[in-house]
Design a protein. Structure first.
Length: 423
């Protein structure tokens, strides 16, 4: 199985290229959706940047409790992705489902001001991630359907770069708010809610809705066809390449430590003061921003499998530095650079690979299947890592994840290798 194998006939690709405009340009819908993601990520990352410290240091939660909440934060969206992807294909209105997801997440931000117990926080975080699950597959489907197959990596790279710009600005905003406000955490949550509403407004006003005729591609809908049924979506699992891709994404996700844990480990390892903690995601985001488009374009040229696996090698190297490198001033920069490289090489490349596998009318469902397999695996990893840290300490927990990642990367390299390849 190879992530860049083609399943669509050549004439279909050429027709898509004529319909969607010059191959060297990014479709307008990609730029608009990138703007929505940029604004929304400012809101989300403001919360994400302070949440680990807020839960562990301020509320006094143990690593196991935090791991459970972090698992909920990342795992609930996995379960909802299948629903969001299928409904978007069924009603043939990807913008509608994406808007519902963005709106639900925006409604949850002010609720963080009102809750402090584990149960209440878990509920709010679950609702927020439900919104993310509803919007992810429809949004990526709109990007995929507006882009020729051979340019998928570049298009997703541009979107992820814009998304990551928001991921850079969010921690910066949280940092300055914490320094300036008396009730810093409440101020962060309040400003985050206002920014999230702005993202929803941009989506509603500027992202194209239902296409007016069958020749308009930017809306991400298909006119004049019967609704997609559940069994049609489930039939995608019969595609060998889709099963291989989903299985490998899940396998690697089982050993991918949550970002929040990486930042907590780095803070302890390098002795970083609490006031600087919200800036750690900024390092990851900066590298992601610089490399997302070049690595997406590189994946289009040399193969998405190669770039995807190289990203996991960089993550493994970051784990090794956290385990064994001396606590020098350079350590945070090296770890965050490798962390950002991992995301740049994987986050956009994975959905780009599906353009050659999944039919257009089922694109959101296919994206949801692979995204769900990966997110559920990361949910399990958060729970397991939090438990291991509580019982044995952070070092043994990270060492176990590193060994598992190495083994899973080897397996994925073999499974995704094209037939007859010996390199």
């Amino acid at each position: 199985m190879y992530l860049t194998d083609r399943s669509a006939p050549a004439e279909a690709d050429s027709e898509q290229g004529r319909r969607r405009g010059p191959g060297h340009r990014v479709a307008p819908v990609v730029l608009v959706l990138g703007s929505v993601s940029l604004i929304t990520d400012i809101s989300s990352e403001m919360v994400t940047a302070v949440l680990p410290l807020y839960l562990v240091s301020t509320l006094g939660f143990t690593p196991l409790v935090f791991g459970t909440l972090d698992g909920v934060y990342n795992g609930v969206s996995a379960l909802v992705q299948l629903t969001g992807g299928h409904l978007a294909d069924r009603v043939r209105n990807h913008k509608l489902m994406a808007g519902l997801g963005y709106g639900l997440s925006a409604l949850c931000k002010p609720l963080l001001l009102l809750v402090s117990s584990v149960g209440a926080l878990g509920t709010v975080l679950a609702l927020d991630r439900t919104g993310k699950g509803l919007r992810t597959a429809p949004r990526d489907a709109m990007i995929s359907l507006s882009t020729p197959s051979e340019k998928q990596g570049r298009a997703f790279g541009v979107h992820r770069a814009m998304d990551t710009t928001g991921a850079m600005l969010g921690p910066l905003a949280a940092f300055f708010i914490l320094r300036a406000a008396t009730d810093g955490y409440d101020a962060v949550f309040g400003v985050s809610a206002c920014v999230a509403v702005l993202g929803v407004l941009v989506l509603v006003l500027f992202v194209p809705g239902r296409r007016r005729d069958a020749r308009s591609a930017d809306a991400g809908t298909v006119a004049g066809k019967p609704p997609v049924r559940v069994r049609e979506a489930l039939a995608l699992l019969r595609l060998p390449r889709l099963r291989a891709l989903a299985g490998c994404a899940a396998l690697l996700g089982l050993t991918t430590v949550s970002d929040a844990f990486v930042y907590l480990l780095l803070q302890r390892r390098a002795g970083i003061a609490d006031e600087w903690f919200p800036l750690l995601p900024l390092g990851t985001a900066a590298v992601f921003l610089l490399l997302a488009v070049p690595l997406g374009a590189l994946a289009d040229r040399i193969g998405r499998r190669t770039v995807f696996l190289a990203g996991h090698v960089s993550l493994l190297t970051g784990y090794a530095l956290l385990l064994w490198a001396p606590a020098t001033p350079a350590l945070p920069f090296l770890v965050l650079a490798l962390h950002g490289l991992f995301y740049a090489a994987t986050d956009g490349v994975l959905p780009a690979a599906l353009a050659d596998i999944v039919p257009e009318q089922l694109r959101a469902s296919g994206l949801a299947i692979v995204g769900t397999s990966q997110a559920l695996a990361r949910f399990c990893c958060s729970l397991a890592f939090g438990a291991a840290w509580t019982m044995w300490g952070d070092g043994p927990a990270l060492a176990g994840s590193a060994i598992g990642l190495l083994c899973c990367a080897v397996v994925a390299g073999v499974v995704l290798r094209p037939a007859g390849e010996t390199r």
